[in-house]
Design a protein around this ligand. Structure first.
Ligand code: SAM
Ligand code: DTB
Ligand code: SF4
Length: 315
């Protein structure tokens, strides 16, 4: 059942002990509370993106000093996926700084990457910008598990962040992805100057998707010098914990991914996020273009907590 904004506000504004208890109850009914899925990113095409997303280092509209790179070879990406798997990742996500997918040799190359990474027996995800229905179908046929396409924030705050596409454009790609039978990964970013209501309205939109996303990344803005958001105020850590717990309660079966911004978090904050129901992190020393905790640090943190990376379902 889709949730109303009032219901979401009620969940979110409980006392923290009650909120965390409810989130734990839901979490334990659907997931192993000792497991965290490791997901590793590969930036298969870097920079010179025509979109103007105010948070992004890769937009051609911002002077961030990022060095651009053409589409990587299939061999390079498959080798990265092998290393990721050896380090405990069971999901590999390929990101491209594109506004949309165009049919042609570059898309064919991505399809080859998808099928060869799928052959490694890990989950394969892509985030390539907007897709048309036939492109989603080709990705599905190549073996794609999931497609990441974030709505980022509320419908009303969206045009403060991005002017080169609309919320509706995003929703259409998400529809094409789920119609093709691909699992939808869709979440947002906090710390972009949005209000609490914007964050909760994003959850309301997600809860009205049919089907609801199987994977919900919650990113904390990594401020990048040269972007319009370089000085945006970070989210209050307790508000982040509340948001994650609320997400867990609204989407019991989803993977809730504590995504960008972990380098700026203390171990204690990450632990609270796990207790609130986050059950996945991105591992590897870089996300797409920004730094991330060293894999050894993530393994050490989980070990200290008596937790472990989520194994492959059949292993
Ligand atoms: N171009 C594709 C798109 O926008 O869908 C895929 C790549 S894009 C970099 C993937 C996601 O990363 C964005 O939707 C956004 O939510 C997140 N992201 C980008 N820059 C970020 C930053 N500086 N801090 C936190 N999250 C960020
Ligand atoms: C998502 O929601 N977060 C990941 C993944 N999906 C593609 C990307 C985070 C990118 C952080 C900024 C950067 O490294 O450029
Ligand atoms: Fe391009 Fe994606 Fe960055 Fe937006 S978030 S500028 S679409 S790479």
């Amino acid at each position: 059942m889709p949730a109303t904004l009032d219901q979401i506000l009620q969940i979110y504004h409980q006392s923290l002990p009650d909120l965390l208890f409810e989130a734990q109850e839901v979490h334990r009914a659907y997931h192993n509370p000792r497991s965290v899925q490791f997901c590793t990113l590969s930036n298969i095409k870097t920079g010179l993106c025509p979109e103007d997303c105010a948070y992004c280092s890769q937009s051609v509209h911002h002077k961030t000093g990022l060095e651009s790179h053409a589409l990587l070879s299939v061999e390079t990406v498959v080798a990265e996926a092998q290393v990721a798997k050896a380090h405990g990742a069971t999901r590999f996500c390929m990101g491209a700084a594109w506004r949309e997918v165009k049919d042609g040799p570059q898309f064919d190359q991505v399809l080859a990457m998808v099928s060869q990474v799928a052959a490694l027996d890990i989950e394969v995800c892509c985030t390539l910008g907007m897709l048309k229905p036939h492109q989603a179908e080709r990705l599905k046929a190549a073996g794609l598990t999931a497609y990441n396409h974030n709505l980022d924030t509320s419908p009303t705050y969206y045009d403060q962040i991005i002017s080169t596409r609309t919320y509706q454009d995003r929703l259409e790609t998400i529809r094409a992805v789920s119609n093709a039978g691909i699992s939808v990964c869709c979440g947002g970013i906090v710390g972009m100057g949005e209000s609490e209501q914007d964050r909760l309205e994003l959850l309301e939109v997600l809860s009205n998707l049919d089907p609801t996303p199987e994977s919900i990344p919650i990113n904390c803005l990594v401020p990048v010098a040269g972007t319009p958001l370089e000085n945006a105020p970070p989210i209050d850590p307790i508000d982040l914990v509340r948001l994650i717990a609320t997400t867990r309660i609204l989407f019991p079966q989803a993977m809730v991914r504590l995504s960008a911004g972990r380098l700026q978090m203390s171990d204690e904050l990450q632990i609270l996020c796990f207790l609130a129901g986050a059950n996945s992190i991105f591992t590897g020393a870089v996300l797409l273009t920004t730094p991330n905790p060293a894999p050894s640090q993530d393994h050490a943190l989980l070990q200290k907590l008596g937790m472990a990376p989520l194994p492959l379902p059949h292993s």
